[in-house]
Design a protein around this ligand. Structure first.
Ligand SMILES: [Zn+2]
Length: 316
C-alpha cells in the first residue's frame, strides 16, 4: 500500500468523517495485500456490515478491529482517529488530561486508557535490534524528589539505554527497564536490543564484561577522573538520550509517571525519538495507526503491572 495519509487536520476531518471511511482505511492497513482469513488463511472474502469480512472458505466472520487496540471499543473510530492525530501532531506528546479535553471525553480514565493502548502500539512487534556501533549505558529515573528535610524519596528505577553511533550523530535508540546493574540484567538488555556482530561500546563497568561470548565486539572506554563531565564525553549519545528522557518526563508528564507504567512512556519516547527527523506529522499518524492494527488488544487489567522480560526478573 502506498503511504497515504492526511497532511493536515482539515484533511483528517474531511477524509475520516464517517465510521465507514475509518474502517475502510483500517482494512487497507491491516490487510495491505488483500484480505487474509485469521482462522484459515484463505484470501477470499465477502464484505459484510460493520467492517466485517466473511471468509469464503470457512465462513469465519473476521472483524477489522478484532485483535487490535480498537477491539471492543464502544467509542466511534472517528474519535480514535482524532486521538491518534492529537497524540502524533504534538512534538512532545500529550498527557491524558490534554486528550480528554481535546476530544471532550467525559472520563479521565478513558483518556488515560486510550493513551496507554496507543503507547503499546508504538513499539512495533518484532522490531529490529540496533546495529553497527552502539553505545550502551544505564541510568536512574526517579528518586530525585526530596521531603521537607531534604531527604531523597520516591521510587528509583533503572533504565538501560542503547543508541546507535552514526558518525558524530545518533541513529536509532532502544530503552528498557532493567532490574539491576548485575551482569545477567545488563547482558540480557544488550541481547534484547542489539544485533549480534555489532560493536557494543560501554564504560568500564565489570558487569559488561563477557559480551564477546554472546557474539558481540565489546569496546570499553574507561572513565578517568570522577567529574560527571568525563562520563558525558565518553558516551555522549546515551547521556543525551537520558537527559532528554528525564526532561520529557518532567515536562510533558510533570514527573507524574508511576513506576509500573514507565515501560509505556519509554516506548512513546523511543517512538518519537526514532522519528524525530520526520517532518511530516501525518506520517507519524499513519505509522501509529498501522501499528495499532497489528498488535493484540490490551485490556485495562493487563496494563497495570508493567512488563519486564528478564530471566532474573523481580519487582521493583
Ligand atoms: Zn477462513
Amino acid at each position: 500500500m502506498k503511504e497515504d495519509y492526511p497532511r493536515t487536520i482539515l484533511e483528517l476531518e474531511e477524509r475520516f468523517s464517517t465510521e465507514e471511511a475509518c474502517r475502510e482505511y483500517l482494512m487497507r492497513l491491516r490487510w495491505p495485500n488483500g484480505f487474509v482469513c485469521p482462522r484459515c488463511q484463505a484470501t477470499k472474502g465477502w464484505s459484510a456490515a460493520r467492517g466485517q469480512v466473511i471468509c469464503r472458505a470457512c465462513r469465519y466472520q473476521a472483524s477489522v478491529t478484532a485483535g487490535t487496540v480498537f477491539q471492543d471499543t464502544r467509542k466511534p473510530l472517528r474519535m480514535w482517529f482524532r486521538a491518534i492525530w492529537h497524540v502524533t501532531s504534538q512534538k512532545n506528546g500529550v498527557s491524558a488530561v490534554s486528550v480528554q479535553q481535546a476530544l471532550g471525553l467525559g472520563s479521565y480514565l478513558t483518556a488515560w486508557t486510550w493513551l496507554h493502548k496507543l503507547r503499546r502500539a508504538m513499539v512495533r512487534p518484532g522490531r529490529d535490534r540496533l546495529q553497527g556501533r552502539v553505545e550502551v549505558d544505564e541510568t536512574q529515573i526517579g528518586g530525585d524528589e526530596k521531603d521537607a528535610q531534604g531527604k531523597r524519596t520516591g521510587p528509583k528505577v533503572l533504565v538501560g539505554i542503547a543508541a546507535e553511533e552514526d558518525g558524530s550523530t545518533m541513529g536509532r535508540i532502544r530503552m528498557a527497564r532493567i532490574s539491576s546493574k548485575s551482569r545477567a540484567s545488563l547482558h540480557c538488555f544488550v541481547q534484547r536490543t542489539v544485533e549480534p556482530g555489532s560493536v557494543v561500546h560501554t564504560d568500564g563497568r565489570q558487569a559488561y564484561l563477557g559480551l564477546e561470548n554472546l557474539g558481540y565486539q565489546h569496546e570499553v572506554t574507561v572513565l578517568l577522573g570522577q567529574e560527571p563531565e568525563a562520563a558525558i564525553r565518553l558516551l555522549p549519545r546515551v547521556h543525551r538520550v537520558a537527559a532528554l528522557l528525564k526532561r520529557w518526563l518532567l515536562g510533558t508528564h510533570q514527573g507524574a509517571v508511576s513506576v509500573e507504567h514507565l515501560d509505556y512512556y519509554l516506548d512513546e519516547f523511543t517512538f518519537r525519538f526514532n522519528r524525530r527527523k520526520s517532518r511530516s506529522r501525518g506520517k507519524l499518524f499513519y505509522r501509529l495507526l498501522q501499528q495499532a492494527v497489528r498488535v493484540e488488544p490490551s485490556p485495562y487489567k493487563s496494563m497495570v503491572g508493567g512488563k519486564i522480560h528478564e530471566p532474573d526478573d523481580h519487582n521493583i
